[in-house]
Each structure stands twice: as C-alpha cells, then as structure tokens.
Design a binder for this molecule. Structure first.
Ligand code: MN
Ligand code: MN
Length: 459
C-alpha cells in the first residue's frame, strides 16, 4: 500500500494492446466529430449509432419494459437513450450519463443579410463563451435548418465537402492595427463586427444592393428560400475544419466542438456496448453553453418526466428511484496549460496540484463554480468514495480536476440540475486545452479513459 497519492500518465500505463485500442477508438471519435458539428447533427448521428445497435424510437408516455432499448428525440436537438435493465429500480435507481452537444459558435441573426461596399454579409450573434478574435480570418461553414411556412424544413450544410466554398470574417491588417493594439482585447473586438462574408458578384441591373440580390438568387436556386425565410431559421457558422491528429506521435486530436462531444461519444459508445443489468439513461443535452435553459436544455422538466415514466413502468415510486439513482455529469474540464501557468494552481516541486493534466486520464471535478464554489454542485465524499472503488475495479486512469486558480474565474455544468432532483451527481470529463477555441485539443488516452469510466459506472 502506498502512503502517497500519485496520478499516472495514461499513455505510460497502457499496455501495447491498450495503446492500439486507444488509437482505434479515436478513429471512431474523429468521424463522430466531423459528422456532427451542431447539436442537431450530433443527435441525428447518434440516433444512427443507436439504431445500428437495435434501439428503436420511443413515444413519450409508452410503458418501458425491462430489456427495452429506446431513444427519445427531443426536438432534434437533445436525445435520451434508455436502456431498461432487469435490476430492481427501487434499490439501484437509474445510472444516468449526461453530456451536452451544443458548442460555442456564431448563430445567424433573424434578418441577417445585408450589403456593404459591394460585399454581401450575414450578421451573427455569438452563442456561448467565445474569444471573438479567434473567429476572424478562419474558414467557416454554415450548418442549420430553415423552417418554411409550409412546414417543410430545409437542411443547409455548406463548407465541409471538398470543393465547397467556405465563408469568412475579416480581420484588420497589422500594418493598420496600431490603435487597436492599444485597446484591451475585450474592447477591441465587437460582437457586431462578426459579420460573415458570403458573396461579392452583383446581379444584373442598376439598383442598389445588387450583390445582396445575387446572393438571394443563389440561395433561392439552391435551397428554394427567400430572405423572409431566415426569420424561421437556425443557422450556425462553425469552423470549416476537420478533426486531425496532432503531434509526430499522434497523441492528440484537434477539432471544433470537443466541448462536449468528447464526453458525448464515450458516453454513447459505453451505453451501446456495455452489458449490464442496470437501467441506464444517457442524455445528450442542448443549451449548456447558454445556461441549460429552455425545452432542450437540462433545466427542462423532461428528465423528470422520463424518470417518472420509468418508475411507473416498473411499479416503483419515482421519488425512491431518484433517491437511488447516480449521475455522471460528463463535461470537459480545463487541462493545465504550461504556457499559461499563472491561470492555474501553482505547482510546487513534485506536487502535481489539483489541476487536471493532459494525458493523465479522465478528470473528476468534485465541484465547479467560481469564487467560493458559488453556483456549484459539490459532490459528496461518500459518492466519490463509491466511484473510486468502481473505477479501480476496471483499471480506469482518472485524476482530479479544477477549473483554474481560485478566485480567477470559473464556470458551471449541468451537474447541479440533476443533483436538484435528489440524484448523487459528480462532474467527470475529458481535460481540454484551448477550451472554447474554434479548434480545441484533447489527448487520445484521456478520451479512451472516459469511455472506460462510463462503462465501469453503468455496469
Ligand atoms: Mn461543456
Ligand atoms: Mn463549454
């Protein structure tokens, strides 16, 4: 028995067979990233995976029987995967895994199209916490839906295929940036300047705004939409970049939207692949990046409705089921970044600190929040003690996490919304470098350990 605590590098502790598994597993993850860049696309893609594993669509209100493998599609933006088990719900409750599939991006405004200096632009309102300057001078793709008055919904996806055009937000040249350079970053970059360039060739005629007219003509020819149809559209500008291996050793994956697909994918694959008698409820949530509000976010009562129906179906009190349920709130955490060391807890000598280290496995945040843990779900020592035993049994490489230096800032996750239903909940997720940047970075070993952790938890 060792008297000291030391975390382990997940690449170093992996056997040659495990190393191969780590790399193979991440090939699937990269496809998942490239096929789903919006919450809607990730829900659609996950439904395909679930169907391929024998899951069928659930109609809200139907009785759920032991052995059922179901999915419930909430408005195309959030997903509940229900794996109904044989175990006694009154004793074991439900094993809940929840990750979110919305990511920071630029949403088009409702009347987005305008022309200036013979260029056509789309106005945006950013979604979630972004550093605005990171979205300039970058290839962008447009993804989303346009709901027509007829009820038809037109899908739009431009900028991802080879040969597709991309879209673009301009930046000021350094030669003329002297005055900008003296401003603070917060004041130099304005949300109202995040206008996406979409065209530059004028239509025939002598009227004003012929470049805008030409853009509308092209949109109408390709998608059958008019300017008014933008009123009922949800179109997101996202980086037109594919997931790629990083490093000569290919240790890392860089991609848009790791937060939080890097927890969604391990959660989904663990649910679909793991043999268990437990009842498992796996949730892909929307709107986490804007506070989990609305009817596709985790503050929506739908989670309780589904637990109530499960409890009813098994003939057990819903309150009892919730009291015995456990939840891993699967969300990313900040990986310690040696290039910005002062944002994190000081590391003294051999002391590893409380920050999660990249490559050191999946990270558990007992608490999140900011300034005195405010707004945090602070998981109980007893629940974490239970998880320590569960993870040790399956050889999961895991570590602690904390979102940066005390008093510097902070953040929250959906954990507290689950805990509010009397469910033991803790944050567990993959450490990310450059979180919320258009192109984020994770370790392949950490992604794989997340899969192992979720699988161990639902057994
Ligand atoms: Mn997140
Ligand atoms: Mn986030």
């Amino acid at each position: 028995m060792s008297l000291t605590y030391k975390r382990q590098n997940a690449f170093k502790s992996a056997s040659p067979e495990e190393l191969k598994k780590i790399f193979d597993y991440n090939e699937g993850y990269k496809k998942y990233l490239d096929n789903g860049k919006t919450e809607r696309e990730t829900v659609t893609e996950t439904i395909e995976l679930a169907k391929a594993n024998g899951y069928t669509e659930y109609t809200l209100g139907d009785k759920i029987n032991p052995g059922d493998k179901l999915y419930y599609n909430n408005r195309g933006k959030a997903l509940f995967i229900i794996k109904a088990g044989k175990a006694d719900l009154a004793k074991n409750g439900v094993r809940i895994l929840v990750a979110h599939v919305d990511s920071p991006r630029l949403d088009l405004k409702q009347v987005p199209l305008y022309e200036s200096s013979d260029m056509a632009f789309l106005k945006t309102h950013y979604y979630g916490g972004i550093k605005k300057y990171q979205w300039l001078a970058l290839p962008l793709a447009l993804h989303g839906v346009v709901a027509l008055k007829s009820g038809e919904v037109v899908n739009l996806n431009v900028g991802e295929e080879d040969g597709d055009p991309v879209f673009y937000i301009t930046d000021l040249l350094p030669h003329l940036s002297q005055e900008y350079n003296e401003k603070t970053v917060a004041s130099a970059f304005k949300g109202e300047n995040l206008n996406v360039l979409i065209g530059g060739i004028p239509a025939d005629g002598d009227e004003a705004n012929l470049v805008k007219a030409n853009a509308l003509k092209l949109l109408n020819e390709k998608y059958g939409i008019t300017e008014e149809d933008f009123l009922s559209a949800e179109i997101e500008a996202v980086p037109a970049l594919k997931a790629k291996d990083v490093g000569f050793d290919r240790a890392f994956v860089a991609s848009y939207g790791h937060d939080d697909r890097v927890c969604a994918y391990p959660e989904v694959t663990a649910t679909l692949e793991t043999e268990t008698d437990q009842t498992v409820l796996t949730i892909l949530a929307d709107k986490e990046e804007v506070g989990s509000e609305g009817n596709s976010g985790m503050q929506c009562i739908l989670i309780k409705d589904i637990l109530d129906i499960l409890a009813d179906s098994y003939g057990v009190s819903s309150a009892v089921v919730r009291a015995h349920s456990m939840c891993l709130s699967a969300d990313v955490t900040a990986a310690y970044d040696p290039n910005y060391a002062d944002a994190f807890e000081p590391k003294n000598g051999s002391f590893d600190g409380n920050m999660s280290l990249i490559n050191y496995g999946v990270a558990m945040n007992k608490f999140t929040g900011s300034r005195g843990k405010s707004g945090s779900n602070d998981a109980s020592a007893e629940f974490i003690g239970h998880l320590r035993a569960v993870f040790e049994k399956d050889g999961v490489v895991w570590q602690t996490g904390e979102l940066g230096r005390v008093d510097l800032g902070g953040g929250g996750t959906v954990a507290k919304f689950l805990a509010n239903y009397n469910i033991d909940t803790v944050d567990l997720g993959v450490p990310v470098l450059s979180m919320h940047a258009p192109y984020e970075l994770v370790s392949k070993a950490d992604v794989y350990e997340a899969h192992k952790a979720f699988s161990a938890f639902i057994k």
